[in-house]
Design a protein around this ligand. Sequence first.
Ligand code: TDO
Length: 181
Amino acid sequence: MQLIKTKFADAFLINPDVFKDARGFFMEAYNAQTLASFGIYPAFVQDNQSFSKEPGVLRGLHYQLNPKSQAKLVRVLRGAIYDVIVDLRRQSSTFGKWQGFIITEYNKYQLFVPKGFAHGFCTLVPDTEVMYKVDSYYSPDHERGIQWDDPELNIDWPVTDPILSEKDQKYPGFKHAEINF
Ligand SMILES: Cc1cn([C@H]2C[C@H](O)[C@@H](COP(=O)(O)OP(=O)(O)O[C@H]3O[C@@H](C)C(=O)[C@@H](O)[C@H]3O)O2)c(=O)[nH]c1=O
């Protein structure tokens, strides 16, 4: 397993070891000890899975407020996504900065998203299935979002007219987002 640095000190792209043979492949999709050896110690409590039929489905930008903030470990079982995180921690030197990563069923990258980040992704191909671990349970009362195309964040999404949920069409811009990290 290889850890690839991002522009954020504590967010990482993980490149797992994939063992291929005549039958197919084997990989450790999650190993707490290996992550701990890289200084990542989340206690994951929930696995989420979503399926998106169309390319251009955009889910985000989402986060949960403290004390229910969530670290996430994101991977793609089928298809491909452009995965984006935004640093929402006011004291951070990278506050308000974003970075995007292409994660596919073929590269098998996983993205570790620390607490205090907004997260969203856009599907790049049909029939995309995403799975991610979170270290705090879903809490609708703490659930918040930011407008996906906020001009201040200026995220370079690969789509201009994405398919959005009703909820995601109504989130405020970055300036007006409620943040307590
Ligand atoms: C996130 C979540 C949703 N739900 C329910 C609420 C709702 O009725 C239905 C669909 O939820 P949403 O529309 O919020 O699903 P979705 O837009 O896929 O939300 C997800 O987006 C990605 C980018 C994330 O990072 C996740 O944390 C999560 O916010 O599932 C749960 O029961 N548990 C959960 O943990």
